[in-house]
Design a protein around this ligand. Sequence first.
Ligand code: ZN
Length: 188
Amino acid sequence: MHFSCQCGYVIHDTADNLPYKGKIIADQDFNTLWDLIEKLEKQHIDRIDVYNKIHDLLMREIYQCPKCGRIYIENQAQNYDLVGFQMESPEQQEKKENRSLLLSAYGEKWKGHLYAEWRDEKPDWWCDHHGIIMPEVNIKMDNLVFDDYDAFEKRFYEVFEELKVRDIIVSASLKANGKTIFTWPGKK
Ligand SMILES: [Zn+2]
C-alpha cells in the first residue's frame, strides 16, 4: 500500500524493514505481551495462538514522512485509518534527525540486507536500468544502477565485502533473470 503525505511525498509500504515505519503497542497491552512471551518460553501447544495474539497486539502501525517529518498513526478504532500529526515548530522540522524517528534502536549498527537483481529484459515496472544493487542498511548508501552486467556483478561483490566487514548485514543475494546467482549465508 502507499499513501500521500500532506507535503506531497508518497509513502510506500511495500517492503520489509522500512526505516520510516514502526509499530505501536499500547501501555495497557504490555502485561498481555509479557504473559505471551512467558508462555513462549515454556512448553506449550498453542504456539500459533500465541503468535496470533502477539500479532494482534502489534497491529497498530506508525509512519513518518522522510521529507517533512509528519507522523501518521493507524486508528484501530476506525478501520486503521491514518491520522496525521505535524511537528510543533519549523525549527523541529528542520532537524534531519527529527525526521527519522522510526529508525532501528541500533541506529547505523542495525543489521540489514543486500539485494541485487539483473534483468536482460526489463518489465514495465522495472527501473530504467538493467541491474540494481539495493543496500538495505542504515548508513548512507545510494542504490546503484547498471547497464553492463560485468560491472554490476563486480560492484555487487565489492559492496557485499564492505558491508560484511562492517558487520551490518545478515543476508545478501544476487539474482539475474530470476535465477539466484549468489546468496549469503549459503544454504546449509
Ligand atoms: Zn511529508
